[in-house]
Design a protein around this ligand. Structure first.
Ligand code: FAD
Length: 309
């Protein structure tokens, strides 16, 4: 079957992009074409797209804001669903549990920008998301990656998540106690986060703003936030020095393979300084892992998700 025949149903029913470069949808600005790309705006459209893809046995890849993802130069076969448009419901404060007078729960869509959710919480005088100052991407992506800093992560404020199960195409709400969060990951199986409920503490808006501003200032000073990257490339080892310190001590700060460079500002960032390809970034990643292992006998694991052909 030709690609066009295979994708006929999807193309007839939905407005999709063909051969869309993934470099336009990732903060690394790297990645070849996706066969098909969908940007559903609501849960119903997302479910219909998933249903059609399932019927035709078309492989589906999920992306939020693409800020923790590296896509291969050959691109992605099948259908990519980019969820950053999935935000038809505005952020809202939910009915508060009377037994928790010092807290409030907010709800936001999975495709909502994390920065919008953080601002909404601050405007409501709710604390618990200040750590996320300057973290790009969507709320769903942040939950899947258990985004955080050394001090805090998003799992600490999650009450429950609303998901679509891609196998059964049914919607569920999963309580925090049934969510398997760990360092920079959530094991969720074949589910897509379409919304989340976050429980935050009431606090003085001035103090919340001060905490947020301080975090943002530190981030902008210590990380190459204005260069193309996917944030920290490697996970910090569970004990000892963080990945950035190990890479710096291995003498790798500033090292470059074509347009890919170990950041001179923060050695755990690989940055795309000049039209890097995915293969340049992966070659640099391999060099970093090999050198750090040779020097310190420590295996660095990637935090960034690598996907595609
Ligand atoms: C400059 C910069 C600074 C950063 N700073 C930080 C930081 O301080 N702390 C930190 O933790 N991270 C940081 N990051 C990494 C990244 O921004 C976060 O991990 C972010 O939360 C990822 O969100 P996203 O929507 O872009 O995810 P994506 O990269 O789009 O997706 C990440 C993974 O989640 C899956 N996914 C995405 N959305 C959904 C969904 N709705 N349902 C199911 N699966 C989904 C994808 O399939 C993929 O496997 C930084 C990145 C950059 C570029």
């Amino acid at each position: 079957m030709t690609a066009d025949n295979k994708y006929k149903d999807l193309l007839e029913k939905f407005t999709l992009l063909s051969q869309e470069l993934m470099s336009k949808h990732t903060s690394f600005r790297v990645g070849g074409p996706a066969d098909l790309l969908a940007q559903p705006r609501d849960k119903q459209t997302l479910t219909s797209i998933l249903e059609t893809a399932k019927k035709e046995s078309i492989r589906v890849t999920i992306l939020g804001g693409g800020t923790n993802t590296l896509v291969s130069d050959k691109g992605i076969r099948g259908l990519v669903i980019v969820l950053s448009a999935l935000k038809s419901n505005p952020c809202m404060v939910e009915n508060t549990d009377k037994s928790q007078e010092d807290k409030k729960t907010i709800r936001a869509d999975g495709g909502e920008r994390l920065s919008t959710v953080v601002k909404f919480a601050m405007d409501q005088g709710l604390s618990g998301l200040e750590f996320a100052a300057g973290i790009p991407g969507t709320l769903g992506g942040a939950i899947m990656m258990n985004a955080g800093t050394a001090a805090w992560d998003i799992s600490r404020v999650i009450d429950c998540v609303d998901v679509i199960d891609t196998k059964t195409l049914t919607c569920h709400t999963i309580k925090r106690k049934n969510l398997a969060f760990s360092y920079r990951q959530l094991q969720l199986g074949d589910k897509i986060i379409v919304g989340a409920h976050l429980t935050l503490a009431k606090a003085d808006p001035g103090i919340i703003k001060k905490g947020f501003d301080q975090n943002l200032k530190t981030k902008n000073r210590t990380q190459p936030v204005f260069l193309a990257s996917a944030g920290c490339f490697f996970k910090n080892p569970s004990t000892g020095s963080p990945a950035g310190k190990l890479i710096e001590d291995a003498g790798l700060k500033g090292i470059q393979i074509n347009g890919a460079q170990v950041s001179e500002l923060h050695a755990n960032f690989i940055v795309n300084t000049d039209n890097a390809r995915c293969e340049d970034i992966l070659a640099l990643k391999n060099l970093v892992q090999k050198t750090v292992f040779e020097k310190f006998k420590i295996k660095l694991e990637t935090e960034v998700k690598v996907t595609g052909e």
